[in-house]
Design a protein around this ligand. Sequence first.
Ligand code: ADP
Length: 521
Amino acid sequence: MIDSKAKKPARERRTPSSLKETLSKMLSNPGPRTTRPKLATRLKSAENLLTWLMGLIVVCAIFINTETRADFPTAILCIAVLLMAINLFSLGVVIVAALFGMSMLTSLFIYHGGFESWNSTADFFRDLGLLAVVTLLALRCKKTSDGLQHRVIYYSGSQQLSQTGCMGFRSGREQLSWSDQSARIYEYPVGVMPTLSMILARTHPADVTLVQTAFEKAARREPLIEVKHRLLMPDGRIKHVHMTATPLHTHLGYIDYLGALRDVTASKQAEEALCRAQTQLAHVSRVTSLGELAASIAHEVNQPLAAITSSGEACRNWLSRPQPDLVEARQSLERIISSSHRASEITRRVRALSRKSDPLRQNESLNEIVHETVSLVRYELAHHKINPLIELSPFGAQVNADRVQLQQVIINLIINACQAMDAIEPDARALKIRSWVKDNEVVLEVADRGPGIPADVLPHLFMPFFTTKESGLGMGLSICRSIIDFHEGRIWATSAPGEGSAFLFALPIRVVNDSGFAAAI
Ligand code: ADP
């Protein structure tokens, strides 16, 4: 995958301040839109020039018209000037143009002595009234169109700020429509007529089916369409987008959908960076725990090594007899082989715990993970004079998990329980590790008989850097929570005064073996 940060176009890296400048430019100059393609901008300038020329001709015509007493054509010409001014100038200029037209009409009326006849006086007031009405309507229209223009600018500015474009499509149709921001997200020129094929051309090949399925849903007139997918830009950059669409109305048997398209590349990258940081932190914490467990691990490895030595000596004795006992010697050799297998299994588990790798989730048996973990901390438990009671669910729940990460959680909970029980008499110490299946979840509980946790501390336990220990870092439970979150599970603690505390986590079950219970979830 090519790093999507590498070749971002300048437009995408636009800072909020530069966007602010663009917006203020758009607002102060509500003329031709900055986002229009060059050809459209040139056409608009030509159109403006033409309107100016027409305006000039009309003004000249008014002055030529002063020679006659035709007030009505004059009023019509004034109205024409007014209507042209609406498109070109601000509200103030339109008002000035209207007042100018009215004073022109009045001057002509006085200059030609129109007040001498009742008919021309009536004509004058009729024309003046007409002009006033048109002015009022024009001003209202101007205000509405200015408001509309401002709204369009804010709307497109907010789309740019929130990296969200909108699109409209009709069920089962190839042709679409979209906002400028959608065109920017897909990196097509603004103003190009969009089609479904254009969207598919930008879609990452691995996600094309996903997008096609989403548009097929629209053809089936489903009420909500939602798809998260990747885009593959021509220069190899990957973008992540989230599209949601909902039906707007029905037209001639078709359903028009309104969709919102959000560029979530930045948040996706932040999420990935956070996940990487959490993995690194979990690794550091794992290595720290391994340091704490060094004596326990050394003891675990030492046991099979001692067994190898004694079986080797026995084998030598059986062979050095005058009549070598080959059967006994073979049995000693079998014991040596199985002990060396055990030693290498222990080193494999320790290596797995210390390795730095991305989490890999696969079908795992939680019971097996618990047994393996307890065997790693057995010496540590013995050192704290704790004999654990293990009661695991007979259903052998399978979870979709990273084995090493779950081991890390269990080790952390067991070490915390051991440390909590240091404060009480060895005889009173007890550690229960239980698991059971409930509502499509498997729950694992690590309960101790320590001093318990005060009610006001309980809500802070899983916060980073929360510790009550002198040499504690306070990251253990916080890392446990991020690992369990990553596994789509839940972790929590309960404590009753004088009854110790219990830490529990629940994970969704993939498959439950042996009983046929909840075969596939
Ligand atoms: P640390 O062990 O470095 O303090 P953790 O995140 O593992 O960090 O634990 C945070 C705090 O939670 C501990 O300092 C302790 O106060 C409390 N805690 C954790 N487990 C237990 C337990 N089994 N009994 C009582 N308190 C516990």
